[in-house]
Design a protein around this ligand. Structure first.
Ligand SMILES: [Zn+2]
Length: 272
């Protein structure tokens, strides 16, 4: 992506983003070996944070030690010569025809809003008639949505599927940023973040990973190398114009509702 859209730049200035736009968090020292592994997987080594035994990259994606040592099994999808859907491992549709999702929310005042938003998230995915469907459960979940509170630019975080075809098992939502209402605006906004994070859980990378300034504003920041690991697959027949509203853009403004756009739907149908 080459163009910086002003509304997105403003969104970043107000710090309402999926990811940090500026480095205001003290980072633990990360070994150069680890940074090399992260880079060789095609991720940005900018602002990597150590979280327990894992690493948070590109603002909202958790990579485990096992992830660092693995190789992606699916290619980069290239849409309209511009949008990138860099996948990692995919969820096995034969192993998980139904992906079970639970809410285990520690913030009681957000319970109603998170519950309505998770239902909306599941509705959005299931409306696409994919080879995997999503189901809300209370026990035995494949993906559990949890709350945390942190004064940071992170709205939520998650990770990528395992090499054995399981979805990443947790979506973390930062209650610092969310209202508690169940009105449509708030529900759609929180559902947009949950849909994005679950997008990572089933293998989606950031649409604008080649240049996060596209949605985040600020300086141009290439999140990774497109030519490492596996190649790019151009999806034929997709529009030639860029879509500024992909659900997998790295950053977002407050109360924005990003439904799947035309290219997102093509990518979803292509992968699942
Ligand atoms: Zn993300």
């Amino acid at each position: 992506m080459k163009k910086v859209f002003v509304p997105f730049a403003i969104a970043c200035l107000s710090a309402l983003t999926l990811v940090s736009c500026k480095k205001d968090v003290k980072e633990d020292a990360i070994s150069s070996e680890t940074l090399n592994q992260i880079q060789s997987l095609g991720f940005s080594t900018d602002g990597v944070k150590k979280v327990g035994a894992d690493f948070l990259v590109e603002g909202d994606i958790m990579l485990s030690q096992k992830d660092l040592q693995s190789r992606p099994t699916t290619p980069t999808l290239l849409i309209a010569s511009e949008e990138q859907y860099r996948t990692f491992n995919l969820v096995s549709a034969s192993k998980h025809p139904v992906i079970k999702v639970a809410l285990n929310n520690s913030s009681s005042q957000h319970d109603a809003a998170f519950s309505a938003s998770l239902d909306e998230t599941i509705r959005r995915y299931n409306a696409e008639n994919l080879t995997v469907t999503f189901q809300r459960v209370t026990t035995g979940a494949d993906i559990t949505v949890v709350a945390f509170y942190e004064v940071s630019n992170t709205l939520g975080s998650s990770g990528f599927p395992t090499s054995t075809g399981d979805p990443y098992n947790e979506v973390r939502m930062n209650t610092y940023w969310y209202n508690t209402g169940t009105d449509a605006t708030n529900t759609n906004y929180i559902a947009t973040i949950m849909t994005h994070e679950i997008g990572h859980c089933i293998g989606f990378r950031h649409t604008d990973y080649m240049n996060r300034a596209y949605s985040c504003g600020g300086r141009k920041s290439n999140e990774g190398q497109s030519n490492t690991g596996v190649g790019a697959v151009l999806i034929p027949g997709t529009p030639s114009a860029a879509d500024p509203n992909s659900f997998m853009l790295a950053c977002i403004g407050s109360n924005v509702n990003r439904y799947f756009n035309a290219n997102d739907k093509i990518a979803l149908a292509y992968l699942y």
